[in-house]
Design a protein around this ligand. Structure first.
Ligand SMILES: Nc1ncnc2c1ncn2[C@@H]1O[C@H](COP(=O)(O)OP(=O)(O)O)[C@@H](O)[C@H]1O
Ligand SMILES: O=C(O)[C@H](O)[C@@H](O)[C@H](O)[C@H](O)COP(=O)(O)O
Length: 161
């Protein structure tokens, strides 16, 4: 059965890094949700302002469309923060049985440290607290400890999907 693997978590938790490796390992397409934000969202985040529900709505609907279209052909990996339950409902609308959630879990300090080392990224670490404040941990997900090395994370995920 074709599956959409949504790799979720707060900014800087390792979604892009891990998502690409899962896609490589399963030999399926990879999509970075950040590439689908409208320009206004990127400008807003670049100016240090967190997105609200309204800002995220159209973006989440577009990712849901992407997932639906991809599923017609293949499985795929889509990276998206997917912080709230209602966002995950939008992302999985009409394809619920084809969706698997992979949640990258780490502490504020660990992620802050990684974000401060990351260069050339529009998302400043000042917004990390709002990402944690917004996060509603999913009930059904493969939870991954981001303290593991990327190759260990992939092994854990492959074992559990
Ligand atoms: N498991 C890991 N161990 C060590 N560093 C990591 C790990 N996963 C990601 N990183 C690093 O942490 C930073 C944030 O990762 P990134 O994939 O950009 O996160 P996100 O896409 O969630 O914002 C990057 O500099 C990345 O190289
Ligand atoms: O819902 C949100 O608030 C955004 O999606 C936000 O999470 C942002 O797009 C990324 O987190 C920034 O990019 P990184 O996740 O790569 O830091």
């Amino acid at each position: 059965m074709n599956t959409v693997f949504y790799v979720m978590g707060v900014s800087g938790s390792g979604k892009s890094t891990v998502g690409k490796l899962i896609a490589e390992s399963l030999e399926i397409p990879f999509f970075d949700g950040d590439d689908f934000h409208p320009k206004e969202n990127i400008v807003k985040m670049s100016n240090g302002m967190p997105l609200n529900d309204e800002d995220r709505q159209g973006w989440l609907l577009n990712l849901n469309d992407l997932a639906i279209n991809q599923l017609k052909q293949n499985s795929c990996v889509i990276v998206c923060s997917a912080l709230k339950e209602k966002y995950r409902e939008l992302l999985s609308a009409t394809i619920e049985t084809h969706v698997k959630w992979i949640h990258l879990v780490g502490s504020y300090h660990q992620i802050l440290n990684r974000m401060n080392k990351r260069e050339n990224h529009f998302m400043s670490s000042n917004m990390l607290q709002s990402q944690f404040d917004t996060l509603e941990a999913p009930q059904y997900a493969i939870n991954v400890d981001i303290n593991l090395k990327p190759n260990e994370i992939i092994k854990h995920i492959i074992k559990h999907i």
